[in-house]
Design a protein around this ligand. Sequence first.
Ligand SMILES: NC(=O)c1ccc[n+]([C@@H]2O[C@H](COP(=O)([O-])OP(=O)(O)OC[C@H]3O[C@@H](n4cnc5c(N)ncnc54)[C@H](OP(=O)(O)O)[C@@H]3O)[C@@H](O)[C@H]2O)c1
Length: 238
Amino acid sequence: MTIWWIILIRGGIVTAVLYESPTIGIIGLGHFGKSLAEGIVNNTYSKVWATNRHPVEWEDDKMEKWGKGFKLCDTNQELLSECPIIIIAVRPQDMAKVLTDIKDYDGLLISFAAGLPHSYYQSHVKGATVIRAMSNLGVAYGKGMTAWVGSEDIDSETRWMVQSLFSDLGNALEVELKNETHIDVVTALSGSGIAYLAHIFDTMKSVGVSQGMSEMDAELTVLETVSGVLAIFDNTEL
Ligand SMILES: NC(=O)c1ccc[n+]([C@@H]2O[C@H](COP(=O)([O-])OP(=O)(O)OC[C@H]3O[C@@H](n4cnc5c(N)ncnc54)[C@H](OP(=O)(O)O)[C@@H]3O)[C@@H](O)[C@H]2O)c1
């Protein structure tokens, strides 16, 4: 466990607050939940406890590699006592069942479900502070782009903690509650954006291969071109 002092400024008064890296619960170890788990274990000081509905199929020995930083639990209930932050990474149609399981939870609840507004959670979990967020699979490598919106009652300490967590997983953007619909826009730009771009890169690579290049040469050419575009964008005003 790592303990930090954080400095908060409220109404001109500077306060130092003791902060320890929390154990983070993840409900749903599908495409996105696994990426989150990987990103958190590798890029933050927090441990991850996680659940999945059915036994998880893991492509490699990641869970073993993460050692004590990761624990797979049997039930969602198990997360409640240990995790002051729970992240829900299930599909929207599975959300109601999860919220019923954790209806008495009173910690920080972060949901990545597309399309479900803040008002949806209010009727299901009354005690928790709810954050609605959207990101992409880049979180696995500390390269996610996450936008998030807190509930009306969010305090500055929680705001700092959420922004820090998402910044550790890439880049983070807080959206005001009155602009909550921006999260839907981010779902298209960031959440789905990786799939669009991957499709374009794949098509470019196929063109190279169809013209006789090796897979490796075509891939290198596309990836370095992309890297060049990012460098140009980084150094140029759009
Ligand atoms: N994929 C992305 O790029 C991406 C990006 C940003 C946000 N998101 C959001 O993340 C959420 C998940 O998307 P996904 O693509 O990761 O879907 P997914 O691959 O289908 O993963 C969802 C996981 O949730 C598990 N699950 C369902 N009900 C559960 C329960 N009651 N308790 C524990 N685990 C449960 C499922 O288990 P089973 O194996 O038993 O089905 C599955 O592994 C969605 O709401 C989506 O909007 C996805």
